[in-house]
Design a protein around this ligand. Structure first.
Ligand code: ZN
Length: 445
């Protein structure tokens, strides 16, 4: 078992004394906060739950370790991943690092290799990484072109049951828009409904890049709304994932939702091109999204990797959407991990702390940090309708991540590889699975 930086008590009743929790993640705690937004507290744990959050120094010293102002976070929620694609890099690299290179490499690998055993081995490996890093909720997109959907969704269902109680697992479909105009649309929507998933697509046509607005976009999108409405499904869409300012489907979807009085939740991922549009177009889109109560998830690592990539040319922008402006309008915004070790992103480890750290740097969420910690914890959990996840409050399960760091400066500067993860009040094994386990699946070329 990997040793964390301290030995967590094994008793049913104990306390983590003299710790710091982000004020933004501790609804219900009223106390003076430190300059960078933390409460100094003692956390009492009883029978796996948070029994009390008391001012630091008030709980009896015999009840647990003095953690000398170490940060305690709730476990993380990763709202947007692709666990069916994960870890195929050794057999399916991206030839040039571009979006189109990713699209074609994944398509070829999917057609050749994605049987149930292959997906399950990589998917389970990914969940073990996430769990060891302190993630307790994950939504994955599943490539749902026929006949792949019939193979992948049952794997998801099996793993959701296997991981219940450790990782709350959700899934959304992802495929181009044109199949929705065929018999495949209702068939897929039924499959998604049967599995309790979200209906999702990308705002482009099969085999095309996210350039401009696809021909007949409104007809396709209307069909997607109709299929969701008929089954009471929420929508989780990949939107405008490019640096083309003419890629403006976001505003169309938001206006459509308002006009239809869409009752489901509407989550949009990526929305990269918004950042390269003129100010008046941005204002118009943000107003429409706020009115339609659109939630947005940004994928900073993947976006920075793919966007603005041209051979032998230095990228000129960061690829991310306008999170500050959205949040200022009252929209719920989250950051998430997206792809890991596949042609859409060559790196990553399902570690939402890494995602948060990278997001802070790429999107400049700091100075002041304010309540941005919510974007990797409470907000994605809220969007996933998991009200007990991603926050620290009396009565909730003691699902906590304890870091040696005492401040944002220390937290964001080191990898925190020696973090201690408590689930239901017990320290878990944070040993990461060995890549060698995947050799039989993806080979080592
Ligand atoms: Zn994605």
């Amino acid at each position: 078992m990997t040793a964390g930086f301290f030995d967590a008590p094994r008793a049913a009743d104990f306390a983590l004394r003299n710790v710091r929790i982000p004020a933004a993640l501790a609804p219900g705690v009223a106390a003076p906060a430190t300059a960078d937004g933390h409460f100094n507290v003692d956390i009492a744990v009883s029978a796996g739950r948070i029994a009390d959050i008391a001012p630091a120094g008030t709980v009896d010293a015999t009840r647990g370790p003095d953690l000398r102002q170490s940060l305690v976070w709730p476990t993380f929620a990763d709202l947007h991943t692709h666990l069916d694609k994960g870890h195929i890099w050794p057999r399916a690299a991206n030839p040039d690092g571009t979006f189109y290179g990713a699209l074609t490499a994944v398509m070829a690998d999917r057609q050749q290799n994605w049987n149930a055993a292959d997906i399950e081995a990589r998917f389970d490996f990914a969940l073990r990484c996430a769990y060891a890093h302190g993630v307790s909720a994950v939504r994955t997109h599943l490539d749902s072109f026929s006949p792949q959907a019939e193979i992948s969704w049952p794997v998801f269902a099996r793993l959701r049951d296997k991981w219940a109680g450790r990782i709350a697992l959700q899934a959304s479909s992802i495929l181009a828009m044109d199949p929705f105009a065929t018999d495949e649309g209702p068939r897929l929507a039924d499959l998604v409904a049967r599995h309790g998933g979200q209906l999702g697509c990308v705002t482009r046509l099969s085999g095309e890049d996210h350039v401009g607005v696809p021909t007949n976009f409104d007809d396709y999108m209307t069909r997607v709304f109709e299929l969701a409405e008929a089954r009471g499904l929420d929508l989780d869409l990949h939107v405008d994932e490019s640096g083309d300012p003419e890629a403006r489907t976001m505003i169309r979807i938001a206006r459509m939702a308002t006009k239809r009085r869409f009752k489901g939740a509407l989550l949009m991922g990526h929305c990269c091109s918004l950042a390269v549009q003129p100010d008046d177009a941005i204002e118009e889109t943000l107003a429409a999204c706020a009115e339609a109560r659109v939630d947005v998830v940004s994928l900073p690592m993947c976006n920075m990797y793919l966007q603005g990539r041209e051979s032998a040319r230095t990228p000129r922008w960061r690829g991310v959407t306008l999170l500050h402006e959205m949040k200022a309008r009252g929209m719920r915004v989250a950051v998430a991990g997206d792809n890991v070790r596949d042609p859409f992103y060559a790196y990553g480890d399902h570690d939402m702390l890494e995602t948060f750290v990278q997001a802070v740097r790429i999107v400049q969420l700091d100075h002041p940090m304010g309540d941005w910690a919510k974007a990797a914890t409470m907000t994605p959990a809220d969007i996933m309708k998991l009200p007990a996840t991603g926050r620290i409050a009396r009565g909730l399960p003691a699902d906590l991540v304890v870091m040696r760091a005492r401040s944002y400066s220390e937290l964001l500067s080191r990898r925190q590889h020696d973090r201690v993860v408590l689930r239901d009040g017990k320290a878990i094994d944070t040993t990461l699975p060995d890549y060698r386990e995947l050799d039989a699946t993806v080979g080592m070329r």
